[in-house]
Design a protein around this ligand. Structure first.
Ligand code: ARG
Length: 475
């Protein structure tokens, strides 16, 4: 934040006693400086100004339609709101900690512009339903902007998976060579994760899309308002059913943060793989200039900083989820000022995702795949041992447990001779299991291994291509 809370109280915002002009009727003196600074949210909630003004327009129109507000006052309010919005957008608007938050700033400026009619806008409304409204509207926009970015990341992963549906690499469990897979298959795992991430944000959007406006402070209002009309005007599915829940609920924000935390964990796993793959020891991929940096002392280095930061920023997002959960935990009904602390974690997470998601999209699109290195590595670590065991079951009718044992002995033998499994002679193999024939060598190659895994969702290139086609039609 570039702006600092002002140290002085704003003379315009009090009635000469130092008391706040918007709620200071029963306050004789002004707030202490530290009170103002702990109380003010303007230096972060100013981000809600568009939503705040949109909510006020809808509320104003409804008040006029219901005969609660005179048409001429409504007209003046709408005109004034346009001007306030223009000033904020142009950057000429003045902020002041004495006016606490965006709601009071907009209303105070409206008063300066149109006089007494401004004071009628808050009829049948409270800052409690107002802030709940603004925050939901803001988050809804944010989720709507995130979805295409996630789809873009999926699309790049799909494109790269299509290029590498046949590229063989080691598949790992425990980061130990397990069985050969294709690079396309590996990338498609993330397409699936991201699909579920998008689903979580969509679910969150669906649940948050109820309008709190008209709940007023907590109990509703005695004015004959039309909550259906304001809900409809603001693109909500319906008004929130319970006025207390409407002002007290922040599960929509927690749900967003939870979805963001899971997404960030997924991104951090992929980022970690990029870091590992780009190391000289693995050398599976090369990251270009766009997402790496050099070292000031070691001329040979190309550091995968963007991937490291995507990996690290998951910590921030998880922390923000934790922060809001702890703020909300144990709060009695309904609004408490604690809830003003809901915004910064959400803003920080939204800002973080606007960096991490496109950074990952860029890295996946840019990376060069070292196909030969991957394929050579795929055969290391006896990665086709399962293929050998399966062959013993299929061709010799051994029970799998026995086949597992025989294969283990063959791996031990190969280890002693410092060769891969296909480096053993037929005689070596037959010494362990007499029934083995020359045909076994066909399953020891990594390409055959991968091609044989044709089960639904398996790594065979034919399956990977089918998965890519299915994912493309889902997108
Ligand atoms: N700035 C407040 C917030 O973010 C707005 C709501 C204030 N309501 C109140 N009753 N003081 O939560």
């Amino acid at each position: 934040m570039t702006d600092k809370p002002s140290d002085e109280t704003n003379d315009d915002s009090n009635n000469g006693t130092g008391a706040n002009a918007l709620w200071g009727g029963r306050f004789a003196g002004g707030a202490s400086d530290i009170m103002q600074r702990i109380n003010a949210s303007i230096f972060f909630d100013r981000r809600l100004y568009r939503q705040d003004i949109a909510g006020s327009r809808a509320h104003c129109n409804m008040l006029v339609a219901q005969g609660i507000l005179k048409a001429e006052d409504g007209h003046a309010i709408l005109k004034g709101l346009d001007q306030v919005e223009a000033e904020i957008t142009a950057g000429t608007f003045e902020y002041d900690a004495a006016k606490e938050d965006i709601h009071m700033h907009v209303e105070a400026r409206l008063g300066e512009l149109i006089g007494e009619a401004a004071g009628r806008l808050h009829t049948a409304r409270s800052r409690n339903d107002q802030v709940a409204l603004d925050f939901r509207l803001w988050l809804r926009d944010e989720i709507d902007a995130l979805d295409p970015a996630l789809k873009q990341l999926q699309t790049v992963l799909l494109d790269r998976a299509g290029e590498h549906a046949d590229t063989v690499m080691p598949g790992f469990t425990h980061l130990q060579a397990a069985q050969p897979v294709t690079f396309g298959h590996h990338l498609m795992a993330y397409v699936e994760m991201l699909g579920r991430d998008r689903g979580r944000f969509t679910d969150c959007r669906g649940r948050l899309n109820e309008s709190p406006l008209g709940a007023a402070a907590l109990a509703g209002t005695s004015f004959p308002i039309d909550r259906q009309a304001t809900a409809h005007a603001l693109g909500f599915d319906r008004p929130a059913a319970n006025s207390m829940d409407a002002v007290a609920a922040r599960d929509f924000a927690m749900e967003y943060l939870a979805a963001a935390a899971i997404l960030s964990v997924h991104l951090s796993r992929l980022a970690e793989e990029l870091v590992i793959w780009a190391s000289a020891q693995f050398n599976f991929i090369s990251l270009g200039d766009g997402f790496t940096t050099g070292s000031s002392i070691m001329p040979q280095k190309r550091n995968p900083d963007a991937a490291e930061l995507v990996r690290a920023k998951a910590g921030r997002v998880i922390g923000d989820l934790n922060a809001l959960m702890v703020v909300m935990k144990g709060l009695p009904m309904t609004y408490s000022k604690d809830m003003q602390e809901d915004k910064e974690p959400v803003f920080e997470v939204a800002d973080t995702l606007t960096l991490t998601v496109p950074a990952m999209t860029g890295m996946i699109g840019d990376l060069a795949v070292n196909v030969e290195v991957m394929e050579a590595a795929a055969g290391q670590g006896f990665a086709t041992a399962t293929d050998l065991a399966d062959w013993l079951v299929r061709e010799l009718g051994l029970p799998f447990r026995r086949a597992h044992h025989v294969t283990g002995s063959l791996v031990k033998l190969a280890e002693e001779k410092a060769v891969d499994l296909d480096g053993l002679s037929l005689a070596d193999m037959q010494a362990v299991e007499g029934g083995i024939t020359e045909a076994v060598f066909a399953v020891l190659g990594v390409r055959n291994s991968v091609a044989s895994r044709t089960s639904h969702g398996g790594t065979a290139p034919s399956q990977v291509r089918a998965a890519i086609a299915a994912a493309r039609s889902r997108l």
